[in-house]
Design a protein around this ligand. Sequence first.
Ligand code: PLP
Length: 431
Amino acid sequence: MNTQNSKEAYKQAVKHIPGGVNSPVRAFNSVGGDPIFIESAKGCKVTDIDKNEYIDYVGSWGPMILGHSHPDVVEALHQAAIKGTSFGAPTLMETEMAELICEMIPSIESVRMVNSGTEATMSALRLARGYTQRDLVIKFEGCYHGHGDSFLIKAGSGALTLGTPNSPGITKGTARDTLTASYNNLDSVVQLFAEYKDQIAAVILEPVTGNMGVVRPTDEFIQGIRKACTDNGALLIFDEVMTGFRVAKGGAQEILGITPDLTTLGKIIGGGLPVGAYGGKKEIMDHLAPNGPVYQAGTLSGNPMAMAAGLTTLKKLHHTEGFYEELGEKAAFLVAGLQKNLDDLNFPAVINRVGSMFTVFFTEEKEVNNFSDVMKCDTDMYAKYFRLGLESGIYTAPSQFEAGFVSIAHTQEDLQTTIDNSYKALQQLKQ
Ligand SMILES: *Cc1c(COP(=O)(O)O)cnc(C)c1O
């Protein structure tokens, strides 16, 4: 390909790729314009094929917590490739990975590696159903758990952005087995447990949401769900594909002080390669084949390339003193600057931040705590803000309904540039 700019590249791509993208969140449908095609990335910066450089807050949608092409990760991948990229037989790295995950997230006693977050949540739900011998699952409006059939009911992320939260192609039977409740509304969960007594296998949620933008659960809500699951013999599944190793070393469950029965992981755990994992109590995990009857498998699961990148990343997170404090301070500095800009120029907006995840919601509401609050946002305003940001060298998600991610590679100078450029963008928006 000798295409020199993103516009041409996109025209070329749409000919043979649906919508020109291999994941719909990459499309610019909701913000206008064409997607930028990335040439390379290093640290917190990405460069497109038009040779523009951007300070990146997408971070490949979460994984790049160390920044792009971290030298240690690149070296580990190099070493792994030389030794062979896949064997379909056990390796020492897989055991090391499992041990490290169990150490960092104490609720996980046993863990199975898969190849994506989608696979992790699909498999965890199958396991929960097999274990409880029940069919129904409760999920929440605006939460996204990958593109498994059971979860594409009132789903967040790209499904929400593109207006397809209930996807065609899901059978009525599958749709019937998924019950939806409202985030931060404990009553909506309690009612479903009362209505479907002894039929609910699991409750799954993003313990801090990212896929409708960042929303934190109230203590009452999250503690109430834990109790409702225990009282009714249902499993509590924390989908920490985004929040795991992101909001704290031990994920959202560490900061919330809640022990789920099963946890799903992805994104950071692969260090930029395609990886997912699910784990939890050994007694539950032992229902998986080959120990138990619940079947789940994968030709490339736990492959050396993915394990090398993931392990290198996790070890850095685990062993770097004060890593999460420093990351949190960077994000707090950025968010304080963005908030001041909004206040100084009288923009009605709310910024939610948990650790290094944040979302700027353009809204007249005083708080954003659930899906209906999120839906009141001014998506046109977001689109304009996004485009002005992009023109000034700031790359954020092309959707109001996503999280931004700060990496450890963002320097004070990068963050200050972002704040300054955001001020100019807001000034232009005023005109
Ligand atoms: C990204 C994400 C998924 C899906 O992971 P993929 O690797 O894209 O399949 C599932 N759950 C949550 C919370 C996510 O953020």
